[in-house]
Design a protein around this ligand. Structure first.
Ligand code: 6GU
Length: 271
């Protein structure tokens, strides 16, 4: 998967060279490039933002700079606009991204935005099959809304996502979060692919996970539930499923409401 990230703080993404994401890059599973948006400016101040039209506090990211950058990274010819020959050459020299099946894949353009729909495990799963993701990180009060509108109108798959109900200073951390959720679902990313099958938020059920224990069976006076020591796999499965349902009902009743009834079995209904 080819991943381009555009930001005024590309250094933020050095964390992606660590741990499993770093290993996936070494293996050639991921090819991540963090670009500096200011490289596409032409003025001496390298300015990327301006005051909001209509008034108000803060600054809004300008569409012209973003468009020069995104046109190049998406391999789109700039309409009636001059491109530097070096930039044009770089754009044509890029090999086409391929999807999970090795065929050329349409890029997905993603803008983190606290006022957008919530990014969920479902989105992560869908995007883990993409061949090319391009993230545009806004700063300040956000970016000119015509930027996503324009690329949608060009037929690009454009997404805007929030990662939760709180406000961050910019999209960089949100992109790191989304990327980790997406890439760990790629085939070959995890050492043990089973570990992603039974997690919270996956499967039709989308329940919080049951509680976890390891040895010793008694630690500082606290016991592991007896049933987990029984060796009866049927009982263990039932215990865990009941606990997952009860915990989800307590902590995230919204997930229970969203549950597809068909995902429940007869025994579930008694808990
Ligand atoms: Cl995607 N961006 C920013 N700036 N703040 C957020 C967010 C995104 N999601 C939640 N808060």
């Amino acid at each position: 998967m080819k991943i381009d990230i555009v930001s005024v703080f590309p250094e933020y993404f050095e964390v992606l060279n660590l741990s499993l994401m770093g290993k996936a890059q070494d293996k050639g599973l991921l090819e991540i490039t963090a670009h500096n948006l200011r490289d596409w400016t032409h003025d001496v101040h390298h300015s990327v933002d301006d005051t909001p039209v209509g008034g108000g506090a803060g600054m809004v990211m300008k569409p012209e700079v973003w468009a020069e950058c995104l046109d190049e990274l998406l391999g789109l010819g700039a309409p009636a606009q001059q491109e530097s020959s070096a930039q044009a050459e770089a754009a044509t020299m890029q090999p086409p991204a391929t999807d999970a099946h090795g065929s050329a894949a349409a890029p997905v353009l993603i803008f983190p935005n606290p006022s957008a729909p919530l990014f969920t495990q479902r989105d992560a799963t869908e995007l883990s099959h993409a061949g090319h993701l391009l993230f545009g990180c806004g700063r300040y009060e956000g970016y000119d809304s015509r930027i996503p509108d324009y690329y949608r109108a060009q037929g690009i798959d454009v997404r805007e996502y929030s990662i939760g109900d709180y406000v961050l200073n910019g999209g960089e951390v949100a992109v790191s979060v989304m990327l980790e959720a997406i890439t760990r679902l790629m085939p070959g990313f995890m050492g043990n692919p089973d570990s992603i099958v039974e997690e919270s938020y996956t499967g039709e059920g989308a329940l919080l996970e049951h509680r976890q224990y390891t040895k010793p069976a008694v630690w500082r006076g606290l016991k592991v539930p007896d049933v987990l020591l029984s060796g009866d796999h049927g009982k263990v499965d039932r215990f865990r499923r009941d606990e997952a349902l009860a915990r989800t009902n307590d902590i995230r009743p919204d997930l229970i409401k969203a549950l597809d009834c068909k995902a429940l079995d007869k025994a579930d209904r008694k808990t």
